[in-house]
Design a protein around this ligand. Sequence first.
Ligand SMILES: Cc1ncc(COP(=O)(O)O)c(C=O)c1O
Length: 395
Amino acid sequence: MDPKQIRMSSPDISQAEIDSVMEVLRSSDLSMGEKIRAFEEEIARISGTQYAVGVSSGTAGLHLSVIVAGIGAGDLVVTTPFSFIASSNCLLYEGAVPIFVDVEDQTGNLDWLLVNEAVEALKSGGKAAENFLPRSLQKSKKGIGAVRAILAVNVFLQTADFDQLIDIAHRHNITIIEDACETIGAGYKGRLAGSLGDIGVMAFYPNKQMTTGEGGVITTNNQAWAEVARSLRNQGRKPGGAWLEHDRLGYNYRLDEMSAAVGLAQAKRLPELLEKRRRVAFWYEERLRDLELVRLPHIASYTTAVSWFVYVIRILPPAQRDAIIGKLAQTGIPSKKYFSPIHLQSFYKERFGYQPGDFPVTERLGDESLALPFSGVMTEDQVDTVCFALRKALE
Ligand SMILES: Cc1ncc(COP(=O)(O)O)c(C=O)c1O
């Protein structure tokens, strides 16, 4: 087996996706046609929500969710530093302030006890609130904004512990945004990812469980919010209004018909796509579970359906994750650190004054986490090759 054939991720495209795109290309509707409507219906069904609004990326979906939830300049949103940067950037787009709290060691999902502490402290203000503010705002003369929302990210394969977060949000009358970009099809206590907050977002980049090329979807049961999101993705055009009538500041965040066509065919195959990924995750687990310096992904007791996005293990000291990446690369096998903590990205450090040590669990996960090559089209042979090389690298 030539390790060069092993890719970090690969989409799983069948004839159904090709036929679906060809149908669009043979029609004259390349945008805002039948495919996006059918795709949205399918995603609403998969996420158990009444409404789904297709957009051009997960990031666009997050941005619009922040706007429809009424989050604006100076508002505080409690969220996680252990995520892909988009979940926090979407707040900055609107001038809101991400209030990071640390995550649970086992899952990498938000630690709800810390979320609770942060929301209570920010509500009560004063010294208690200062502990949760970024350094650059601690001495702010302008005073701090109100805490408006929790933005929870479902990490790698499963959702955050939403009942706890919902309880906090209800007690304090704030919104929950669910970044479900990594967890289409995951189950939380029998409920579906995408339906757990007031509004959710899925993403479909080609490394995801299912893809549209580029693309995303907003999911919600809030009809008014869904309508506003539809308007915002389409230059703020009035719902049902004429072509050049705009009644709000909007964007071009539309999902084109070719992308929606791929997504529709993929969504119909989702059970098969998830099952193939489950099988690859199982092959990894079988081969790696005896390694003392490796910690395998943890499945929380509240998770009723796993949706494998990435296969991320932890390389435990004294082994060094970065050295392992180097040794795997020498044999031609790709692997990646995942995630790099958001608060330690250079512009977050400059803008908010974050420093190493601020979120120790996130930073430890950032140092130890290693994403192995993973997709539903990986063969058992390829998994063998990766695991053999990993064993050698750990020796
Ligand atoms: C947690 C999370 N949020 C947001 C995004 C952004 O999605 P997109 O790349 O489609 O903009 C991603 C995608 O990788 C993600 O993993």
